[in-house]
Design a protein around this ligand. Structure first.
Ligand code: APR
Length: 250
């Protein structure tokens, strides 16, 4: 891992328009389980039964009880970890411009990144399905499930369920930035869900250096990524920042 950390720091030293694509793995060290692999949410509950918009419309109470309530409890107490903080430091150093994230936990913003594209929305807000009123997630009263707005409408999270469209502006901007970046850091994603997983392909085809950070290989590793920093995001990002700071003073 040491060698690839040094290589990543070197590749990032002269980057000006680096972009990060992040997945659930970067938030694992903040106590938020991933969806796939060890301890994955989808190992316990079937996403096709609980995480599609049809499932939610069919039985909102069931989806609230099995999926959303637990997500709220976990995200409400999650804090940014060294992985999020490392990406925020890269932005401060003028190396990273944007984080494209598949996550809905808001931890990149909490760590200090200002330009974050949320491919799958954000769990920080909910919306009434009748009158469209917004409410901050922590202030939702869970004594009644599903929670309802004063108008009687049911609250739904401002996240993208399976079967819903990726916000068009998020998709367009992500494609543009992927085509223009000089380095793409791909952190903590199994690269199995499209179109997010296509961003590194666009970056590679446009001549960017693609650096993966993950304890395991993904479908990108052998075909798209230049190399894999094989380890947890927190340790990898801390090492890369330390090496960058060293290179900058030397
Ligand atoms: N640091 C970095 N990566 C990690 C860590 C860690 N500490 N722990 C696990 N990982 C990696 C796993 O090896 C895996 O490759 O994070 C990845 C998690 O993969 P997924 O759970 O599939 O998450 P993600 O790629 O973001 O899923 C994409 O699928 O279900 C939908 O909407 C959901 O946004 C999600 C999308």
């Amino acid at each position: 891992m040491r060698e690839t950390i040094q290589r990543a720091a070197k590749d990032l030293t002269n980057a000006k328009t680096a972009v990060a694509l992040t997945g659930a793995g970067i938030s694992v060290e903040s106590g938020i389980p991933p969806f796939r692999g060890k301890g994955g949410v989808w190992e316990k509950i079937d996403p096709m039964e609980y995480a599609t918009i049809d499932a939610f419309m069919r039985d909102p109470a069931k989806v609230w009880n099995v999926l959303i309530k637990e997500m709220k409890e976990i995200i409400d107490r999650a804090e940014p970890n060294e992985g999020h903080k490392g990406l925020a430091r890269l932005a401060e150093m003028g190396i990273l411009t944007t984080v494209i994230t598949q996550n809905v936990d808001g931890l990149h913003q909490a760590a200090g990144n200002e330009d974050v594209i949320e491919f799958h929305g954000n769990f920080a807000w909910h919306r009434c399905m009748d009158c469209d009123a917004s409410i901050e997630t922590p202030s939702i009263d869970l004594s009644r499930i599903p929670p309802r707005c004063g108008c009687g409408g049911i609250y739904r999270p401002e996240v993208i369920f399976f079967g819903e469209m990726i916000p068009p502006e998020a998709l367009t901007r992500s494609q543009q930035l992927s085509a223009q970046c000089d380095v793409m850091l791909v952190v903590g994603t199994s690269a199995t869900v499209q179109p997010a997983a296509y961003m590194p392909v666009i970056a590679k085809r446009s001549g960017a250096k693609v650096i993966e950070i993950n304890p395991e290989a993904s479908p990108l590793t052998a075909t798209v990524s230049d190399y894999l920093v094989k380890g947890p995001a927190g340790k990898a990002m801390s090492g890369i920042i330390a090496e960058l700071e060293r290179l900058r003073v030397s």
